[in-house]
Write a protein that binds this ligand. Structure first.
Ligand SMILES: C[S@@+](CC[C@H](N)C(=O)[O-])C[C@H]1O[C@@H](n2cnc3c(N)ncnc32)[C@H](O)[C@@H]1O
Length: 329
């Protein structure tokens, strides 16, 4: 499948031009979701509402969309920007997508035609100096999408022992220096807590090896990713959210997922594969005993951003899009 034109450049809205979040692979998302007039859609990760705005536009004049975000600030931002324009066609709920199975029917979306997951965090969160998501933004190390749920990242850094920290950095960051970094954190906190994004970035930078001039990413990138994933239990939420999404899709309904690192993409890929095949019995079992039948048809091989989008939006660099259609099961 070929996609024409740098959608992100030609069709940026006023807010996006200022300093907001540019929706990634926006043209591809629309093509694959194929949202039609009168359809029901769910954007499980509103962020700045860039995808939502385009999906609602494509469902004119009467399509409706349920927008979720775990972060109340995202809900407020999108309400301010889009509520007046779309009226009751846009329904907003602050919720984690792990709760899709209950939240969607309760909001009037018991069966839908399209479902988008645009994983990870938004440019707004990354730039927010009060949240600790951004290595360069600085600020207290919180990292919770919903600051009322779970514990801040600084608490994990203060309470886990070196072995637990190393396991976390290895598991969720695939960090090759996990052990050294974990030991350095435990050593450093004997003198002063590691509480801010600057504290952590400097600490990792000090002990990470490699010539700084040749690094493509900041040496603390994997450690930040690992902490964020752990704080928000992101991988569990993804597995649960995807399963609920397929339950909610009508036959012919479309699922589009954008992931930003290999841990997420692996979960998405395996999930889609399993739903495409249906039966999950091991090859040694001669007759199916699981009773599962295929529920999805893949719409495309995984897609990545083209050069024009990459030039306009560095966040698109690591994005990988997968899409599937619900078949009658
Ligand atoms: C990459 S941004 C979405 C950007 C959006 N598509 C746009 O065009 O502006 C991801 C958003 O998903 C939210 N998020 C991440 N995990 C979530 C989860 N499990 N449940 C609900 N929201 C989640 C984050 O708070 C963030 O606002």
């Amino acid at each position: 499948m070929r996609f024409q034109g740098p959608f992100g450049i030609r069709n940026r809205t006023g807010d996006e031009m200022k300093e907001g979040h540019l929706p990634v692979l926006a043209e591809e998302v629309l093509t694959l979701l194929a949202p039609a007039s009168g359809s029901l859609q769910i954007d499980t990760t509103l962020g700045g509402g860039g995808h939502t705005e385009r999906i609602l536009g494509a469902t004119d004049p009467d399509g409706r969309l349920l927008g979720l975000d775990a972060d109340g600030a995202a809900i407020a931002r999108v309400r301010d920007r889009l509520a007046a324009r779309f009226g009751d066609r846009l329904v907003l709920r602050q919720a984690n997508f792990r709760e899709l199975a209950s939240v969607a029917p309760a909001a009037g979306f018991p069966a839908v035609d399209g479902m988008l997951f645009d994983l990870g965090l938004s440019s707004f969160q990354l730039a927010d100096t009060g949240r600790g998501f951004g290595i360069r933004a600085g600020g207290p190390l919180d990292m919770r999408f919903d600051p009322n749920v779970g514990v801040p990242a600084s608490e994990l850094l203060a309470t886990l022992d070196a072995r637990e920290l190393a396991a976390l950095f290895r598991r969720y960051g695939e960090e090759p220096q996990a052990g050294r970094i974990a030991r350095a954190i435990v050593e450093a906190r004997r003198t002063a807590p590691v509480e801010t994004s600057e504290d952590l970035a400097e600490l990792v930078e000090r002990i990470a090896s490699g010539a700084p001039g040749r690094r493509r990413i900041h040496p603390a990138t994997r450690v930040f990713q690992a902490l964020r994933i752990a704080v928000n239990a992101e991988l569990d939420a993804l597995a649960i959210g995807l399963a609920s999404a397929v339950d909610l899709l009508r036959p012919g309904g479309r699922l589009v997922v954008l992931s930003y690192h290999s841990l997420e993409d692996r979960i998405v890929k395996r999930f889609l594969d399993a739903e495409r095949k249906g039966c999950i019995c091991p090859p040694s079992v001669p007759v199916c005993v699981c009773g599962r039948t295929p529920r999805l048809r893949l719409l495309t091989r995984s897609l990545t951003a083209g050069p024009a989008e990459l030039a306009a939006n560095p966040r698109a660099r690591s994005a990988r899009l997968r899409a599937a259609e619900r078949i009658a099961a």
